[in-house]
Design a binder for this molecule. Sequence first.
Ligand SMILES: *Cc1c(COP(=O)(O)O)cnc(C)c1O
Length: 470
Amino acid sequence: MNERQDMLRSLPAIDRVLREKSLQDLSQQLPHEILSQAVQELIASLRQEILETGETISPERLQPANIAATAALNCRQILQPSLRKVINATGTLLHTNLGRAPLSAQSLRAINNVAAGYSNLEFELDNGCRGERYSHVESLLTQLTGAEAALVVNNNSGAVLLALTALGKGREAIVSRGELVEIGGAFRIPEVMEAGGVILREVGASNRTHLHDYQQAINENTSLLLKVHTSNYRIVGFTKEVAAAELLPLARENDLILMEDLGSGLLLDLSGYGLEREPTVPEVVKAGVDVITFSGDKLLGGPQAGIIVGRADLIEKLRKHPLARALRIDKLTLAALESTLRLYLQPEQALQEIPVLNMFTAAPEQQQQRCQKLFEQLDSAALAADIELVADASRVGGGAMPLTELADWAVAINPHSGSTADLAKRLRTYSPAVVTRVHNDRLLVNLRAVFADEEALLAQILIAVLKTEG
Ligand SMILES: *Cc1c(COP(=O)(O)O)cnc(C)c1O
């Protein structure tokens, strides 16, 4: 009892702790209240420990210098950015949780140029008149896709919402039951339609929809035929879907708008590189679809954006709709998008310079060599772990091409002590963070989404973390 009272009495005063050098050093960077609160919390928790456990607390822990050092450590966390760089060793290229597509060097330069000062965002330099922000990408988009007109907004969900609202509000849109997709939880086609005031008319069955299903559903209140890319799932087996090209005559006969939400939106055919064959945006435009929407940060490899291409009269309606203003693209995104699109003018250059395209098209032998090198570095570091070079598969991710697996390699690590999950956590909480995959109780390090200039650092981090494991 007496001992407990002694310990309570030896808890230092807050002001005394605040005078310690480790906290004084921080006083230039953080306000007094934050430092003071951190000390208060530590002293309160020590007091509680003394009262509740009744166990002896070592006198060192009660010393002002030690309490100050812990408080300073906690306070320094506040100075760390929350959103920060991650090395993606998962083998998933468009990892939604890791920020989808990394940007090209050209895009970073473009952002830098525009962000640091003023720009001609909505200003025509020729005549000094007010201009349109969309003008910076519209002609690139029409050139690259063959469409009459184009518009860009904040993301593809916004693009779909804008198009449906502006073109179909209060009227019916016909969609196949096999295409009522949900993307990433909050984006569901039926709910987006409801939000846009469009009446959903479902036709067909989950696995099979025929042209006559669409035909029978058409009435005087129909405004749209909507096709939605089943980005993140596939219906296999006894299936039938009606391609946009087959729907076109029906749309024309009945004076309806044919719209297709492509999701990813490929500008180049990548099937020669082991990716699924999918209609590219220019092919869909050529097929005669009136309005096409797709993302900027999926297979296109640019910034988060929603791209809408199609018939000039319809795009004009979208441009004038109040929602367009609410969903408008910001200047940094626009700079990144314009520079990304410009790279596509030369397909070879796009494949080389756009990070995700470069990663998708990397040859398996090249990946094997990179993994072999990492394997040798780890193997020769005499770590307390079993290290192996194993065959692996990379994925597209971002809810695109769910069946595509790119032949690949990985370094598998099995620590001698401590769990694999714990090792994965230590890598995630390292600075910079490293995100890996755990499969069959082994940690897999896949290099497909790791940049060449991150390789040496990744090896160093793995060695450092494994040396301190267990
Ligand atoms: C990804 C996707 C969306 C949503 O696009 P965001 O750019 O993530 O808003 C909408 N429709 C389809 C078919 C998609 O694949």
